[in-house]
Design a protein around this ligand. Structure first.
Ligand code: GAR
Length: 192
């Protein structure tokens, strides 16, 4: 099974769903670590409860992005991590980590890319008044939400109800991320 680290900065609901799927045997992967830039984020509590190693460094404690990412990289190499899954990690991955994991980093984004990259994609979509938005899972490259797209799913905006629309988007994220990772890591020879 591929060894996987999940990068997250927030609540970690995507982490939870991926973790649960792997523990249930529905995802051919070993989630060996959570990496966060926010040591007090709720995802840390979730990881601790699940018994998963936490790698928590504050970027402000390092003099450069290279130093910050080198510290993370050392932990990842110690754990023999092979894949990185970004789930609400609100920071650009730099060259140090990119170069160490070529074509092995994926991200989920709450819009139909290339629309609304960057922060608060759901808010951006509401602001723009689109009627259909969605979710994208993609490979990570040096750009902001620009890597090769793996999967997308549309979500209809519920008129006048941004909260409900947001809930729908999150529900679709949980399903789509699990499904996409299942395809990515499908064991060879399973025939389906
Ligand atoms: C998710 O909606 C994810 O798509 C988004 O952060 C949220 C994290 O939720 N990521 C981005 O906006 C990346 N640009 P979670 O912590 O509950 O998984």
């Amino acid at each position: 099974k591929p060894k996987v680290a999940i990068f997250a900065s927030g609540s970690g609901s995507n982490f939870q769903v991926i973790m649960d799927a792997s523990r249930a045997g529905d995802l051919h992967a070993d989630i060996v670590a959570v990496v966060t830039d926010k040591p007090h984020a709720f995802v840390v509590d979730r990881a601790t409860a699940a018994g998963v190693s936490v790698v928590a460094f504050s970027p402000k404690d390092f003099s450069s992005k290279v130093d910050y990412e080198t510290a993370i990289l050392q932990e990842l190499q110690q754990l023999e991590v092979e894949w990185l899954v970004l789930a609400g990690y609100m920071r650009l991955i730099g060259e140090t980590i990119l170069d160490a994991f070529p074509h092995k980093i994926v991200n989920i984004h709450p819009s139909l890319l290339p629309s609304f990259p960057g922060k608060d994609a759901i808010g951006q979509a509401m602001e723009h008044g689109v009627k259909i938005t969605g979710v994208t899972v993609h490979y990570v490259d040096a750009g902001m939400d620009t890597g090769e797209i793996l999967s997308q799913q549309a979500v209809e905006v519920i008129n006048g109800d941004p909260k409900k629309t947001e809930q729908r988007i999150h529900a679709v994220e949980h399903e789509l991320y699990t499904k996409t990772l299942q395809q990515l890591w499908r064991p060879t020879g399973s025939g389906s």
